[in-house]
Structure formats: C-alpha cells, structure tokens
Design a protein around this ligand. Structure first.
Ligand code: FAD
Length: 312
C-alpha cells in the first residue's frame, strides 16, 4: 500500500514527490509514462524560473536536477502509463497499462494539459523555435519586435494584450470575421494602437531555417497571401486537459470538473473526492507555468501529509 501515488512526472509531480518524501512519507511512487520532466523538456530555453539564469541550458537540462533531487530523498519512479484512478472504500486503486493494480492511501494527479496545434505547415517544425503557445514564457524573447498571434477566443486576445506591452506590433490572425472573446477584452484590444486584427484569415505556413522561424504566410478567404517577416508566432487554439485517468468505466469523472475538463480544486489542491488532490496545468485557473505547477505540487504534498496523519 502506497502512502501516496503521484500520477505524472512534470514540475508538479516531481515537486509533490520531493515534499512528500522529505516530509516523512515512506512509500511514495510517481507514475510517469515517459522520462520525468514534463512539457518544459520540449523548450530550448527557460528564462522565468526564479534563481535559474543560465542561457545555455535547455528545458531538458533544467529538469534533470529535479529528478536527481527527488530520487535522492526516496521518491520511487515507475515508468508506466496510468489508465485509471478509482476509490473504493477508504483507498485508491491505480490501474496501470497492462492491468496491474496498485493501492494507495492518497493520490495526487498531475497529468498536465497539452496546447492544441492548429495544423498549418511548419507548425511542428518550428515549435519551440519561434512558434510558441505561451506568451508569458516566450513573449520577452520578442521585446520591441513584431509578433503574430493565431486565435480568436479569450485566451488569444488576453495573450495578445500581454504581448502588446512587450512587442512592437501584434498581428492577431483569426479565421472568422468576429471574435469570440468577451466584449470588455475586445474593447481593451481596440484601444491598443499596436494590435492589428487580421480577420477571415488563417496561417498558411510558418517558414524558417536552422536558426528557427523567419516568418509567416497568412492566407485570406480569397486566397491572397500576406507575408510577415521576422515575427514570433503564438498559437492559442485551446488546450487538451489530460484528465482521462479520472474517468470511470462509464466515462464519468470521479471528482468535480469544470466545462473545459479542468479539475476543480480549492487553494489546498483538494478535489471534491477525499484523499484525491490535483496539481499543475490540469487544475482550474492554472497559470500554466513551471513555477506555479511546482508550487501546486508542494501544496498538494503538504496536504497529503496532514491527511494521512488525520486518518491514522
Ligand atoms: P506537465 O509538464 O504537462 O507534466 C505532466 C506529465 O504527466 C507529463 O510528463 C506526462 O508524460 C505525464 N502523464 C500524462 N498522463 C499520464 C498518464 N496517464 N500516466 C502517466 N503519466 C502521465 N513554463 C514556464 O514557466 N516557463 C517557460 O519558459 C515555459 N516554456 C515552455 C515551452 C514549451 C515548448 C512548453 C510546451 C511549455 C512551456 N512552459 C513554460 C509551460 C510549462 O512547461 C508547464 O506549465 C508545466 O510543465 C506544467 O507542469 P505539470 O507538471 O502540471 O504538467
């Protein structure tokens, strides 16, 4: 019987593992289907994690020490995909790929969320090399330079506003003639002189070379192409929350979720199901940053320690 099962080994899961083991729990296993580290390992650089200021280090280098630190304090890692989490009576049953079952007193789910891709030519090739899904992470790399934003919802326009404070010009490309974002957001957008709205258009291609993205081609409804050179490209077409493990055999969630499939938690990362915690990008209102995912993981682990003490 595990004291705590941690599902997902990104910044949230690893930090939960560090705090749970250093907090005295003896039997803590992190189930991570790949190598630990999470999404940030896809990044060529991280500039906004406090205390880490090394420009020649990739996201992979950055996460390497996290694992070493966790394993040093006794966190166990099983490189397995979790299929589902169920609670029967007092304890949780974690079902792994292949059918193996593991019991745990508590569970912290940290399976993250994945930004959706728009599907234009060059998107995958230049992802992390000029094509980004995070203005907070990468906006500063384009200080006083032009950027292009793809999307028409609240997130796209909020991120365009954020970028407009850093970048020289922000070109927002949207496939429809009207934006879906809330009216107050649209009003703020209209007041910004350096935000330019390009409607009824799509990104046809992102192009570049070994150095990264060099420009984008934008196609309107009539098929006319406009080229924007020397621009970063930010794609905001939604997120897929990795919440499958929280569904039972009938497809019902075992805890309360919001309409976007994010886990509803309180400030202690508690879900609506006793003993189940959720942390990082998969929870409601997540800032989708390494620092906040790590903070969530620490909070969840401290709550797990208290919960186990209360139950003893
Ligand atoms: P994740 O990092 O998504 O980790 C979830 C883990 O769960 C994954 O490793 C996954 O394999 C595992 N998993 C999922 N399902 C299962 C399952 N069923 N069984 C077992 N394991 C499972 N943030 C910043 O703060 N600064 C940046 O500069 C920055 N740059 C970024 C650049 C890129 C290219 C990307 C993609 C993201 C960037 N981010 C950045 C965002 C940051 O990476 C995320 O906010 C953070 O990683 C979220 O951590 P998490 O632990 O919640 O989830």
């Amino acid at each position: 019987m595990l004291d705590c099962a941690i599902i997902g080994g990104g910044p949230a899961g690893l930090t939960a593992g560090l705090y749970a083991t250093r907090g005295g729990l003896q039997n803590v296993t992190m189930f991570e289907m790949g190598l630990p580290g999470g999404q940030i390992t896809q990044s060529s650089e991280i500039e906004n994690y406090p205390g880490f200021f090394e420009h020649d280090k990739t996201g992979m280098d950055f996460m390497d020490t996290w694992q070493k630190q966790c394993f040093h304090f006794g966190l166990k890692h099983e490189m397995k995909k979790v299929e589902s989490v169920a609670k029967t009576g007092e304890y949780f049953t974690i079902t792994l790929e292949g059918g193996e079952k593991v019991e745990a007193k508590t569970t912290i789910v940290c399976t993250g969320s994945v930004p959706k891709r728009a599907g234009f030519k060059g998107e995958d090739e230049f992802f992390g090399k000029g094509v980004s899904t995070c203005a907070t992470c990468d906006g500063f790399f384009y200080k006083d330079k032009p950027v292009t934003v793809l999307g028409g919802g609240d997130t796209a326009l909020e991120e365009a506003l954020y970028l407009s404070n850093i970048c020289s010009d922000v070109y927002v490309v949207h496939r429809r003639d009207e934006f879906r974002a809330a009216p107050p957001t649209l009003e703020r957008i209209e007041k910004k002189e350096n935000i330019h709205l390009i409607t009824n258009s799509v990104i046809d291609e992102a192009y570049g070379d070994a150095m990264g993205l060099q420009g984008v081609r934008i196609k309107d409804k009539e098929g006319n192409i406009t080229e924007l050179k020397n621009t970063g490209l930010f794609v905001f077409v939604g997120h897929d929350v990795r919440n499958d493990v929280l569904q039972d055999e009938n497809g019902e969630f075992i805890c309360k979720m919001n309409d976007w499939g994010q886990v509803i938690v309180d400030l202690s990362m508690k879900t609506s199901l006793e003993g189940l915690f959720a942390a990082g990008d998969m929870r409601i209102e997540a800032p989708k940053q390494v620092v906040s995912a790590a903070g969530d993981g620490a909070v969840a682990a401290l709550q797990v320690i208290s919960y186990i003490q209360e139950q003893a």
